[in-house]
Design a protein around this ligand. Structure first.
Ligand SMILES: Cc1ncc(COP(=O)(O)O)c(C=O)c1O
Length: 383
């Protein structure tokens, strides 16, 4: 009966580790640091919230279920789930292979791991399977990581194909599912070993908290992420779990709205003379349009538009009234940003060019406002 994902997300109390005797519609917040060992009679014993907490367990059980994994850790930020992945899989002197078009924070974290633990980071274009295979064949790669769609380039990676190549060389494959989310795309079903995501974005959908999650495909990997989450103190606090959970049941309806409005705006921008290129995986002009349709149920509401110049892009952003100049995506309010200046400021000009981001590229995250209001705002902002 609780077969389809919308039904599951609307009844998340079913994932509570024990039944609430008051029959509360939403699960209780156990906002406590410790638990009394003498008072617990159940099979599972709680001692300290950093290790385990019944509130956090609801969301962890739910995310593991909808991603198709054996276990999940909810983390205090999205980047903490990336850090936890590295802490779990990498050792000093390990090699990691990462899609060159990755979130700026992940890029910065890779630099930290490289400098502090002598990790060798290989970057590649994951559309080039031959290159991927060559790197895997010639280096002892422990972990392969990509986003799909990528942020900010919005490339679509064929996750099933990449998983097959990665496993041929007995490496582990992790997918950052922040943009598509589990309502649209199931990396573990396509062969990944880990699916991780920033719940700050679409999953919570309100832009009110920062948080993340990582789901492991096997029991063994699940035990490992829990072990390292406890050791490094990566787990999310119960109040934030509660705030994230409030947005989860409406994920599907929001994703449909984000998809439809962003497509309408992307099509409008494609026709404007001040725009040289629009990159939206839902547009037929996108190079991986067919793969995007096959791999994702709904296309997220993030896209890039290249303005003729940086000057024009900056003036546009300054003049918009509804769009905020903000990083992040997946919130109810629409936002614009220049990746080269904000979210991907840690990339060099050459590194940005290699992933197709120009000086005048503006990343749009379309919210839940009326789409006609948004188009009016764009029209009045371009002078
Ligand atoms: C693809 C991707 N992964 C991870 C993160 C990090 O998430 P958080 O900001 O919640 O730490 C972000 C943030 O923008 C992101 O875009």
């Amino acid at each position: 009966m609780y077969k389809n994902i919308e039904t599951v997300l609307s009844h998340m109390t079913k994932f509570a580790p024990f039944e609430d005797s008051a029959g509360a519609s939403h699960f209780p917040i156990y906002n406590t640091g410790t638990f009394d060992l003498k008072k617990q009679k159940g099979e599972k014993i709680y001692d300290y919230t950093r290790s385990d907490n019944p509130t956090r367990e609801v969301l962890e059980n739910l995310f593991a279920h909808v991603e198709g994994g054996k276990g999940c850790v909810c983390t205090h930020t999205g980047i903490a789930s990336v850090a936890l992945l590295f802490e779990t899989v990498l050792k000093a002197n390990s090699h990691i292979l990462v899609e060159a078009d990755c979130y700026g924070g992940t890029f910065r974290l890779l630099k930290v791991f490289k400098e502090k633990y002598n990790i060798t980071v290989h970057f590649a274009n994951f559309l080039d399977f031959e290159k991927l295979e060559e790197i895997l064949k010639n280096n002892p790669i422990d972990l392969v990581l990509c986003e799909s769609p990528t942020n900010p380039g919005l490339k679509i990676i064929d996750l099933e194909k990449v998983a097959k190549i990665v496993h041929k060389y007995e490496s582990l494959f992790a997918v950052d599912n922040s943009l598509a989310t589990f309502i649209s795309q199931k990396p573990l079903d396509l062969g990944a070993d880990f699916s991780l995501f920033s719940t700050t974005k679409y999953v919570s959908g309100h832009g009110a908290v920062v948080a993340g999650a990582i789901v492991a495909k096997t029991q063994e990997l699940s035990e490992q992420i829990h072990y390292y989450a406890n050791a490094h103190g990566r787990s999310q606090n119960p109040m934030d779990v509660y705030l994230i959970s409030l947005g989860v049941p409406t994920l599907k309806v929001r994703m449909i709205e984000h998809q439809n409005s962003s497509l309408e705006i992307a099509k409008f921008l494609e026709e404007q003379s001040y725009i040289t290129k629009v990159t939206h995986p839902g547009l037929k002009t996108h190079p991986q349009y067919e793969l995007a349709k096959k791999q994702m149920k709904y296309i997220p509401g993030v896209f890039c538009a290249d303005f003729r110049s940086l000057d024009l892009a900056e003036k546009f952003i300054e003049n918009t009234k509804i769009f905020g100049e903000k990083c992040s995506f997946g919130s109810p309010d629409s936002r614009v940003e220049i990746p080269a200046k904000i979210s991907h400021a840690s990339f060099s000009k050459e590194e940005l060019e290699a992933i197709g981001i120009a000086e005048g590229t503006v990343r749009f995250s379309i919210g839940l406002e009326n789409v006609e209001d948004l188009i009016e705002d764009i029209k009045q902002a371009v002078i």
